[in-house]
Design a protein. Structure first.
Length: 455
């Protein structure tokens, strides 16, 4: 602040000195105006010289070196020099940061590519060359769709629907499977692409699916033969009551084994199908009526009480057979795992940001320690009781997978002695306008989603 005041004082001395010299020259040579104008001209030329000088230095990127002229120009030069020093320090810090970023990006095992709004490549790391054949800096400015050259990738990138990652074969090595995730960022609508090698996981998943499918197929044939013989009436030999009991137990275990195989096949199919067809309007209220009839048959002598509250005008865009499987699983679980004469309430209502399907019972409730693990495959709260009721331990796993394929989630709340509530939360994007014509879901191939039929 003191330097600024000193510069201002020095600058004010210039016009004062010009006025004094003009006055003295006027008295001596009797021409004060001429001397005054000459002094002003010199003062203007001085300012013009310093202005041109600083502009040239800034344009050329040169350095301002002392000594600096007195007055305001000296103060301005000093401040510009200070800003230059700060700018150089900032540039060094940025350069250091960029060097570290390049080093870390080069060591990053996944391919990372930054594109502009139009899809032109602005930067990529070394892994992009190994996985996608993008050699830097040769691909700078090229369109990424043309540079990668894969039609599946080109379609995915052009559609600009990046909610789900893309899995496709690497252009350089078709045996390598890549997973690509695209994220938008910045005001310029740039895009960051991360491509990851998932070959090992992909083939392990496929091996798992093939194993489940083959094992289920191989076991289904002897089970069918076994059930056929057990269902065939035979003349009793010896103790008929004991034979009937043995046959009944064998038949129960065969049915339970068949149900487990069906659930394993459903899980394998859901694992394989990352997305389910979602072009149908599923009438949930009609579906609930069908499920209630099956639940009453399953309840039998237990005589559970059912209550339904469903908003007629709300439908879901999704796969009807799979949705019916999910909803019926929740209702049948409530029947199987609550005492006789329990109350079971089924609701289909609107909520903030979407709709929800809930099944509430007034049974014994579930201990809090079990709630986080519900939905794990083969997890049972009480294994002995589950075997008696016919549960496979896969029902909630199937429900969770079906809901995830419909952008929904399962929420579970329970309190000992008061019962449990299982709620399926659907986003608003899945709700269908009531004016949209509803397609009969019975036309769907039943083999796609084998329904759980109560026995």
């Amino acid at each position: 602040m003191d330097n600024r005041n000193d510069s201002l004082k020095i600058e004010l001395l210039w016009p004062a000195g010009i006025a004094v010299l003009g006055g003295i020259g006027g008295l001596i040579f009797e021409s004060p105006l001429l001397f005054l104008l000459a002094g002003v001209a010199v003062y203007a030329v001085w300012h013009l010289y310093n202005l041109v000088r600083i502009v040239r230095i800034l344009d050329s990127g040169g350095k301002l070196k002392p000594p600096f002229p007195p007055g305001l120009w000296g103060g301005l030069y000093e401040r510009v020099r200070t800003l230059e020093k700060r700018s150089k320090k900032r540039k060094r810090r940025i350069a250091t940061f960029l060097d570290r970023f390049r080093e870390s990006a080069a060591a990053f095992p996944d391919a990372a590519i930054i594109t502009g709004k139009e899809g032109n490549i602005e930067w990529c790391n070394a892994a992009a060359g190994d996985l996608l054949g993008l050699g830097w800096p040769g691909v700078r400015g090229q369109g990424i769709s043309a540079a990668v050259g894969d039609p599946i990738f080109r379609e995915y990138f052009s559609l600009e629907d990046y909610e789900r990652p893309l899995e496709f074969s690497s252009p350089g090595d078709r045996s390598t499977i890549l997973s690509v995730k695209v994220t938008r960022f910045g005001k310029k609508r740039q895009r960051l692409l991360i491509a990851r090698d998932i070959t090992r996981q992909y083939y392990l998943d496929r091996l798992h699916r093939d194993f489940v499918a083959n094992a289920s197929h191989e076991l289904r044939t002897p089970l069918t033969v076994l059930r056929g013989f057990l269902d065939t009436p035979v003349e009793p030999v010896g103790d008929s009551r004991r034979q009937d009991r043995v046959r009944q137990l064998m038949l129960q275990q065969a049915e339970r084994m068949e149900e487990t195989l069906n659930d394993l096949m459903s899980l394998s199919r859901l694992d394989f199908e990352k997305e389910l067809p979602a072009k149908r309007a599923v009438p949930v209220p009609e579906m609930i009526e069908s499920i209630i009839e099956d639940a009453k048959a399953l309840s039998g002598e237990s005589a559970h009480t059912f209550s339904v509250m469903a908003e007629e005008y709300r439908s879901i865009r999704g796969h009807a057979s799979w949705l019916q499987r999910a909803f019926s699983n929740l209702v049948f679980n409530a029947v199987r795992h609550t005492p006789p004469h329990s109350r079971i309430a089924i609701r289909w209502t609107a909520c903030d940001g979407g709709a929800r399907f809930s099944v509430e019972d007034n049974g014994e409730g579930i201990p809090a320690r079990h709630l986080p693990r519900l939905g794990e495959r083969f997890y049972r709260i009480d294994p002995a009781r589950s075997r008696e009721s016919g549960g496979t331990g896969l029902g909630l796993s199937i429900v969770k997978l079906i809901l995830s394929r419909h952008d929904a989630e399962l929420k579970i709340s329970s309190e000992i002695g008061k019962g449990s509530v299982f709620t399926c939360m659907f986003p608003e994007s899945r709700l269908v306008d009531p004016r949209v014509p509803v397609i009969d879901h019975d036309r769907e191939n039943p083999a796609t989603a084998p329904a759980t039929v109560p026995k």
